[in-house]
Design a protein around this ligand. Structure first.
Ligand SMILES: C[S@@+](CC[C@H](N)C(=O)[O-])C[C@H]1O[C@@H](n2cnc3c(N)ncnc32)[C@H](O)[C@@H]1O
Length: 204
């Protein structure tokens, strides 16, 4: 992937009203599907400027927010400092090649999964990083015809089939899989539904 795509967009990322609206609906869907609480240690991968993490933060113990793009992480770091946010840490990391070593009570992402080529291998790693009884919450595009990314150079999945993704999660040992439509993006005179899939690690 050409990471300068996200670096070059980072400074204006939060100014997009459609993106802010999508964040609001994804956050609401996560809050409905996952019993969040202040003991939860959470990971967001592909956090961008931390739009979703910053909204969920008051309901969690802490968040480790990671992204491959230095520009995105720089923006998030600025917001952390300006807002005096205590319980969020931002790191420039590749979730695939350099996953955090600790376990999390919640792992979430918004519109990042389709940028990671090897979905199965990634889900395996995330399952390994999810604590007993912990949750995963993945928001991304339903299968689309390739028109969503009109000017993106680099690898992308054209969305995901919900049933296939939930089966992959079950194959990795997750249970209680569920899917809802969290949002519908309007772009290019078309509708692109965005799902939230949640699942849980069995309590061991
Ligand atoms: C479409 S943006 C979404 C950003 C943010 N989640 C949001 O909703 O505003 C996708 C993000 O995923 C990040 N990303 C892609 N592949 C990644 C990887 N392997 N590890 C960490 N972050 C990754 C990109 O750098 C980018 O910031």
């Amino acid at each position: 992937m050409k990471m300068n795509h996200f670096d070059s967009k980072a400074a204006e990322w939060d100014d997009n009203p459609g993106r802010c609206e999508m964040t609001r609906t994804i956050v609401a869907a996560i809050q409905t599907a996952v019993p969040l609480n202040k003991t939860m240690h959470a990971l967001e991968f592909g956090c961008g400027t931390g739009l979703v993490s910053r909204e969920l933060l008051p309901r969690l113990r802490d968040v480790l927010a990671i992204d491959l793009s230095p520009g995105m992480i720089e923006q998030l770091q600025q917001r952390i400092e300006e807002g005096g946010l205590q319980n969020i840490t931002a790191h420039c990391l590749d979730i695939f090649t350099d996953p955090p070593t600790e376990q999390f009570d919640l792992i979430f992402s918004a519109m990042a999964l389709h940028h990671v080529q090897k979905t199965d291998a990634l889900l395996d790693r995330l399952a390994d990083r999810t604590a007993s009884g912990g949750w995963i919450a993945l928001a991304d595009l339903d299968t689309e015809d390739g028109t969503f990314h009109d000017c993106f150079e680099g690898f992308i999945h054209h969305g995901f089939d919900r049933e296939e993704l939930m089966q992959k999660l079950r194959d990795c040992g997750f249970c209680e899989t569920a899917a809802v439509t969290a949002h519908t993006m309007h772009k290019n005179d078309r509708d692109y539904p965005v799902f939230l899939i949640t699942a849980r690690r069995p309590v061991t």
